[in-house]
Write a protein that binds this ligand. Structure first.
Ligand SMILES: Nc1nc2c(ncn2[C@@H]2O[C@H](COP(=O)(O)OP(=O)(O)O)[C@@H](O)[C@H]2O)c(=O)[nH]1
Ligand SMILES: [Mg+2]
Length: 361
C-alpha cells in the first residue's frame, strides 16, 4: 500500500515542481527543460541548488514587493507588509521540504516517519526569517533528535552484574530477521569483552532452528541449553538462566521463534517468555530493509514487551539507514547495533552521526 503511495508522492512532487517551473519560465527555456527533465533521482547537490533557488526567489519577490510598496504605496505608509515576506510561510516551507522529503523516501524512511519529521520542522520553522534557515541542517538536527546513541553495551552489562547475575538478554522479532545469527554475533562480542555466555534455544518451533543455533554454540565453544521441538519456550529460557546461575555464567542469550506482530497468540507467547525469564534487556531484531512495515512491527513489539533497544540486521544489504529513523521514532528506543554481514564479527555499534552523514543531506 505504501509502495504505491510513495510512487504517487514522487509523481506529485515531480508534477508540482514542473508546474512551478512552467509558470515562471519563458517558452524557449521550457523546451530546453522538457528535454532534460528525465533525471529520475535527484542528487542532494541538485536539491540544495533548488533550495537555494527557491530562497532567492523568495528574496527577489520581497525586493519587488518592497519596490512596489515604496513606489505605489509610499503615501499610504504600508511598507511594513514587505517585511512579512522575509518570513517562511507554510507554502514556501512545503516547496522547500519537497526535495528533502524525496531524499528521505529514497533512503527508505517510512512515509509516516517522513510526515512526523515534516510536522516537527514546520512547527519549528514557519514564521522564522528565511535568510537564517538552512533546511537541510534543520532536518539533520530533527533526525538527530529522533535517534538515540546507544549506551555502552558492555559497561551496562558489567555494571548490572555487580548487582545481579546472570544478565539475561532476550532477542525477538519476525521470521528470518536475523535473530539467531545476531545472537551468535553478540555471544562472540561478549566473549571478546571477557564475559562468559550461554545460549538458550527457545525457538522450539521452526524446523532446524535448534540445529542452527547448536552450530554457533559449537563454533564459539559456548554451552547451549535446549529442549525438544514443541517445548514451552519460556521454560527453555528459564532453564538457561538456572544453568547460568549454577555455572557462574555472566550472560544468557535467549533466542526465540520468529513471530508476526499481528499474531495475537504469538505476541501473548512472547509476553509469557518475558514474564518467566524477566530479561534485563529485550532486543527487537529488525531488518534494515524493512521500509514502511518497520513502523508497525517495532511499535507492536514495543507496546507488547517494552523493548530495551533495537538491532537492525542486513545493513550491508541496504546501506540507506532509513529504517533506523522509522523504528527509533515509533519506539523512542536506541538502536544498539547494526548487523553488517553473515560473519561473527559483522556487528557494528550504532552511530547516529554516521547514519545522518549517509543520508547525504
Ligand atoms: N547479509 C546479511 N545477512 C544476515 C545478517 N544477519 C542475518 N543474516 C542472514 O539472514 C538469514 C536469516 O537469519 P537467521 O539468524 O536465521 O534469522 P532468524 O529467523 O531471525 O533467526 C540467514 O541467512 C543469515 O545468514 C546480516 O547482518 N547481513
Ligand atoms: Mg532463528
Amino acid at each position: 500500500m505504501f509502495g504505491s503511495l510513495k510512487e504517487k508522492l514522487k509523481n506529485w512532487i515531480k508534477k508540482s515542481s514542473e508546474k512551478n517551473t512552467l509558470e515562471k519560465t519563458p517558452k524557449k527555456e521550457i523546451i530546453k527543460k522538457e528535454k532534460s527533465k528525465k533525471t529520475p533521482k535527484k542528487s542532494s547537490k541538485k536539491i540544495k541548488k533548488e533550495e537555494k533557488k527557491i530562497k532567492e526567489e523568495i528574496l527577489e519577490d520581497e525586493i519587488i514587493e518592497n519596490t512596489q510598496t515604496i513606489e505605489e504605496k509610499s503615501k499610504e505608509k504600508k511598507s511594513f507588509f514587505g517585511v512579512f515576506k522575509r518570513f517562511l510561510t507554510e507554502e514556501k516551507f512545503e516547496e522547500l521540504f519537497k526535495g528533502l522529503e524525496l531524499i528521505l523516501l529514497q533512503n527508505n524512511v517510512a512515509y509516516e516517519a517522513v510526515q512526523a519529521v515534516r510536522d516537527e520542522l514546520s512547527n519549528n520553522l514557519i514564521g522564522k526569517n528565511i535568510k537564517e534557515i538552512d533546511l537541510a541542517e534543520e532536518l539533520k538536527k530533527g533526525i538527530g533528535s529522533i535517534l538515540i546513541n546507544p549506551p555502552n553495551f558492555i559497561d551496562e552489562i558489567k555494571g548490572s552484574l555487580e548487582v545481579k547475575s546472570p544478565f539475561v538478554i532476550l532477542v525477538c522479532g519476525i521470521n528470518g530477521s536475523g535473530k539467531t545469527t545476531t545472537i551468535a554475533k553478540l555471544a562472540n562480542y561478549l566473549q571478546k569483552n571477557s564475559l562468559s555466555v550461554c545460549l538458550a534455544a527457545a525457538d522450539t518451533f521452526r524446523a532446524a532452528s535448534i540445529e542452527q543455533i547448536e552450530v554457533h554454540a559449537t563454533n564459539l565453544k559456548i554451552p547451549l541449553i535446549k529442549k525438544d521441538y514443541g517445548s514451552d519456550p519460556a521454560s527453555v529460557g528459564f532453564e538457561g538462566i538456572t544453568y547460568a546461575k549454577k555455572n557462574s555464567i555472566d550472560v544468557v542469550l535467549i533466542d526465540t521463534a520468529g513471530r508476526m506482530q499481528n499474531s495475537a497468540s504469538l505476541m501473548r507467547e512472547i509476553e509469557k517468555i518475558v514474564k518467566v525469564t524477566k530479561p534485563d534487556m529485550k532486543i527487537y531484531l529488525g531488518e534494515s530493509i524493512t521500509g514502511n512495515d518497520a513502523i508497525e512491527q517495532a511499535k507492536t513489539f514495543n507496546d507488547s514487551i517494552n523493548l530495551t533497544g533495537i538491532i537492525l540486521s542486513k545493513a550491508d544489504v541496504d546501506e540507506k539507514g532509513g529504517t533506523a529513523i522509522s523504528v527509533a521514532l515509533v519506539t523512542k528506543k536506541p538502536i544498539l547495533f547494526l548487523g553488517t554481514g553473515q560473519n561473527y564479527e559483522d556487528l557494528e555499534i550504532f552511530d547516529k552521526d554516521k547514519l545522518i552523514e549517509k543520508l547525504g543531506l
